[in-house]
Design a protein around this ligand. Structure first.
Ligand SMILES: C[S@@+](CC[C@H](N)C(=O)[O-])C[C@H]1O[C@@H](n2cnc3c(N)ncnc32)[C@H](O)[C@@H]1O
Length: 493
């Protein structure tokens, strides 16, 4: 009895842990919240057994405790599985730039996942400035206003601070908004940048930010609400299936998958998780496993996708269609941002579509070209896992890739020790914007003094070349690879 009680308490405690809220994925968090109700009813059941224990027969007592025991184990399994399902959110903590006085301290503290040079920051500013000038020239923005930059997944705003400082040195008006879901990081940055009026910090996931941005738009807002509903429902479904996969594996490990149990699980998959497996799977464990987890199938001589991939595709087709509908509407409206940046999207996560839904005049992505940012199925087989995700950095209907350049990352994040360059900056312009030279000089931007870490970094002092995609490039990787090759070629150790 005490054993059951202490396990209920452990589970309840684990539900209350704040890390669940931080590591939110759509489905898991709300499912876990639902389970709080279950815990409540388990506790009530325990209490009533305790009250009535004196008047119970031993057998009745044992039966009640064993029912409760099984239920607690199911909740524990669910939570264990939920933990497995949470993706790791990689981020930088808050670091003051004043702490970074050499390349060595940059690499140790890692305020940003790649190592910006003054030239890089000058190019970012050049893009924001030119896009702003173009929106003013088109009558979409009033003359004299500040240029507007948004950095989604911008963590502590470290990159933003470099951009804002350079804008100020050049007498350029800017607002630089950072959105990131990690509360601690955003709070620290808000405190540190309280005296920097150009910077704004929002605690928000990309999908939340986009909904808030379009909240007052009578056409876009309901579409985004429906998109969120479908994404949520689909991802809940996927989370449930993944949890079921963990539970199935545990049952098998415990040797509990006899004919009756297999049939019971088959019905749960069909009735509660809405996935119809083939009739063979009802009686054949191996077949059940193949259809549940996916794997090589001799009969079709192909890889059988896992059950959750079918769910993902079904929901994602609808979510994608709504995304495209909103993109069509945004393509006809003036952009609210001159430049939207996303630097080092967390690995195996994708929120490119949200970034496009900000409708920025230009989008800029800092990527690791060997698969460590976002989902890059072509490079490392990192397939999208959730509804709403796709291959990262796709341009969609409104944007085109116009420029790419290579940069450096800290050795820890490079592909191999020998890879000096693994960072790529991708510039995508809205199709209705004119192409231009991104160099700071061409845009009247003075770079001033080099950063403290640059001297050691730039042994030959030359900025990396800006590449344009060539006819025949099948993806941005080709262009980044060319930029990396050229950069590496001109670099002497
Ligand atoms: C690898 S870090 C990169 C941080 C910073 N931009 C840099 O380049 O150093 C990824 C950041 O994206 C944030 N992130 C992850 N998923 C997100 C989402 N859906 N919306 C917005 N930000 C997200 C994380 O909190 C984290 O701070």
């Amino acid at each position: 009895m005490d054993d059951v009680r202490s396990r209920v308490e452990k589970v309840a405690e684990s539900l209350g842990r704040s890390s669940w809220a931080e590591g939110e994925t759509w489905g898991i968090r709300s499912r876990l919240e639902e389970m709080e109700g279950d815990i409540g009813s388990l506790e009530a059941a325990l209490e009533s057994i305790r009250r009535e224990a004196g008047s119970m027969m031993d057998a009745e007592f044992d039966e009640l405790v064993s029912v409760l025991d099984r239920r607690v184990r199911e909740v524990e399994d669910y939570i264990e599985a939920g933990k497995v399902n949470l993706p790791e959110i990689h981020t930088t903590g808050f670091i003051r730039w004043e702490q970074i006085d050499s390349l060595e301290s940059f690499c140790r503290e890692m305020p940003v996942y790649w190592i910006p040079t003054k030239e890089d920051v000058g190019r970012i500013l050049a893009v924001a400035k030119t896009m702003h000038e173009q929106t003013v020239a088109r009558g979409e923005s009033p003359a004299g206003g500040a240029m507007r930059v948004l950095d989604i997944g911008g963590a502590s705003g470290a990159l933003g601070k470099l951009v804002v400082d350079l804008a100020r040195e050049n007498g350029l008006d800017i607002t630089y908004e950072v959105a990131d879901p990690l509360e601690d990081v955003v709070r620290a940055a808000r405190r540190a940048y309280a005296g920097v009026p150009e910077m704004r910090l929002s605690k928000a996931w990309s999908h939340e930010f986009v909904r808030e941005q379009h909240r007052k738009d009578a056409e876009v807002s309901p579409l985004l609400a429906e998109r969120a509903r479908l994404t949520d429902e689909g991802n809940r479904h996927i989370a449930d299936l993944e949890t079921f996969q963990q539970i199935f594996a545990k049952r098998q490990e415990a040797g509990a998958l006899d004919t009756a149990e297999l049939a019971r699980l088959y019905d749960i998959v069909a009735n509660e998780l809405g996935v119809r497996l083939s009739p063979e799977a009802r009686t054949d464990v191996e077949r059940f496993k193949l259809e549940l987890y996916g794997g090589w199938c001799d009969q079709i001589e192909e890889r059988w996708p896992p059950a959750n991939e079918f769910v993902r595709q079904e929901y994602d087709a609808k979510v994608k269609a709504i995304t495209e509908q909103v993109e069509r509407l945004l393509g006809e409206r003036p952009p609210e941002w001159d430049l939207v940046i996303n630097s080092w999207m967390s690995p195996f996560v994708d929120f490119t579509r949200d970034i496009r839904l900000t409708g920025g005049a230009a989008l800029m992505y800092m990527v690791q070209n060997y698969g460590a940012t976002g989902t890059q199925p072509e490079i490392c087989g990192g397939e999208p896992r959730l509804v709403g995700e796709g291959a990262s950095y796709e341009t969609g209907r409104n944007y085109r890739l116009t420029a790419v350049w290579a940069g450096r990352s800290v050795p820890e994040l490079a592909h191999r020790d020998s890879d000096e360059y693994c960072n790529g900056v991708l510039l995508q312009l809205r199709r209705d914007r004119k192409d231009f030279d991104v160099s700071p000089e061409a845009n009247g931007i003075k770079l001033g003094e080099a950063y403290a870490w640059e001297e050691e970094l730039l042994t030959n002092g030359a900025p990396t070349a800006v590449e344009k995609p060539e006819v025949g490039d099948e993806s941005y990787h080709d262009t980044v690879q060319r930029a990396i090759w050229k950069a590496g070629h001109g670099w002497r150790r």
